[in-house]
Design a binder for this molecule. Structure first.
Ligand code: SAH
Length: 397
């Protein structure tokens, strides 16, 4: 492949040389020659010294990613085979596990290729492409995955519409088509997943440690409110951990049948639990009117959401969301506050928690915090990549 020589502005040299894999628009001296996404780029400093080699691919994050710092390493099928096998080896303990059959195999820049993730669901692999540029490497990635462990079939999600949203398509790529729902295990919890039914498959794999913790250490004998519940994965974990009752709230109609299904595949009587299709903010008012309160309240909103009456932005509104939750949490109860918003870090998130408790006039104790699990490998040089923040907070009297 031809390579385009791109000069990096002096202002960005230090960051890139210290390992940051992202190619920001502002780092590029002249963006005009960047025409076709997927073009390979040879990055040099203003004196012409080689810095690294990457590709042009536009995402909301930037203009591309750096793939190697070694002048003699070519970006070809061998490169992808090497990076993917290295990533697979890093997940050996997951592949060997008997009670976990769904996990992330390749995590973008954390595994050396920004813009691409690969997940594993009991023999089926799902590639997610975040730019048209990285999609140009598709054949090499497919080739590398044919020799991946227990390979049965391959699916893909294209997330490179203008807004970085999902491109509607048949997501099947090669191998066996599989039958859905496919049942996978995560720390012994069953999940029904659908690999060919839109952008989301039914479970978010980055919460595995949080679900396990709720099941093993918090749920026993407790009432649990799970807000923004999607398919009810946290509710299932809590029910398996001995929660007396869970209440799942999500405004999407699909959340009702999906949550019933996740309870059922785990042998839980879903009728013993409440599944409410409703705007969470409306539910808070309802709960207050009815004097409802819960031992555990789980908050896992999207970074940004617009419903009929409400626009929610994690950055702006998390504190008030927490205040609502505090009002319906029992004394000595626990709020599990989660966010996948990458525009702020853990420190700021803990600041939101502090503010909310102060405003409501309660003391609190942070019991524990989580970020991404080991299969969602990240690199220190790109801290924004570690987007997940989950804090278990106890409400004190
Ligand atoms: N906690 C879930 C994932 C949440 S995904 C899990 O563990 O799997 C975000 C969910 O929030 C989506 O299902 C979406 O339908 C829901 N949602 C967004 N805005 C909402 C609102 N105002 N009220 C209720 N649910 C909302």
């Amino acid at each position: 492949m031809n390579e385009l020589k791109v000069t990096i502005n002096d202002s960005h040299i230090k960051k890139i040389k210290s390992g940051s894999p992202l190619l920001e628009k502002e780092a590029i001296q002249n963006i005009k020659p960047l025409k076709e996404e997927g073009m390979l780029l040879s990055l040099v400093d203003t004196r012409g010294n080689f810095i690294g080699r990457g590709y042009y691919g536009r995402q909301n994050k930037g203009y591309g990613w750096i793939l190697t710092r070694s002048e003699h390493e070519a970006i070809d099928s061998m490169f992808f085979l090497g990076r993917i096998h290295q990533a697979i080896n890093h997940r050996n303990s997951y592949f060997e596990s008997n009670d976990t059959t769904a996990f992330r195999v390749f995590n973008g820049e954390g595994d050396g290729v920004g813009g691409l993730t690969i997940d594993y669901y009991h023999g089926y692999y799902v590639m997610t492409w975040y730019s048209e540029g990285v999609y140009r490497f598709r054949d090499w990635v497919i080739e590398a995955l044919q020799s991946a462990p227990n390979f049965k079939g391959l699916y893909e999600k294209k997330r490179f519409n203008k807004k970085g949203t999902y491109v509607e398509d048949d997501d099947f790529v090669t191998g066996d088509r599989g039958e859905f729902p496919l049942l996978v295990l995560e720390n012994g919890i069953q999940f029904a997943v659908y690999l060919n039914d839109g952008p989301m498959v039914g479970v978010f794999l980055d919460q595995k440690e949080v679900r396990k913790k709720i099941r093993d250490s918090y749920a026993e004998g407790k009432t649990v409110l799970n807000t923004f519940s999607y398919t009810g994965a946290f509710s299932v974990a809590a029910a398996l951990g001995g929660a007396t009752k869970t209440t799942s709230v999500d405004l999407a109609n699909r959340s009702l049948p999906k949550t019933i299904e996740q309870f059922s595949v785990n042998g839980i009587d879903y009728e013993a639990h409440d599944i409410v299709v409703m705007d969470v903010f409306k539910y808070f008012n309802y709960a207050k009117r009815k004097d409802l309160s819960f031992d555990i309240v789980i908050l896992d909103p999207p970074s940004f959401a617009r419903s009929k009456k409400h626009t929610f932005s994690a950055q702006k509104d998390y504190t008030s969301l927490l205040q609502e939750a505090i009002q319906i949490t029992e004394d000595n109860g626990v709020i599990v506050a989660s966010t996948n918003c990458s525009t702020f870090g853990m420190k700021k998130f803990k600041g939101f928690i502090d503010q909310a408790f102060k405003k409501e006039g309660y003391r609190y104790k942070i019991e524990e915090s989580y970020s991404l699990p080991p299969d969602f490998k990240t690199t220190k040089a790109f801290p924004e990549g570690n987007y997940l923040k989950v804090v278990f907070v106890r409400k004190l009297i």
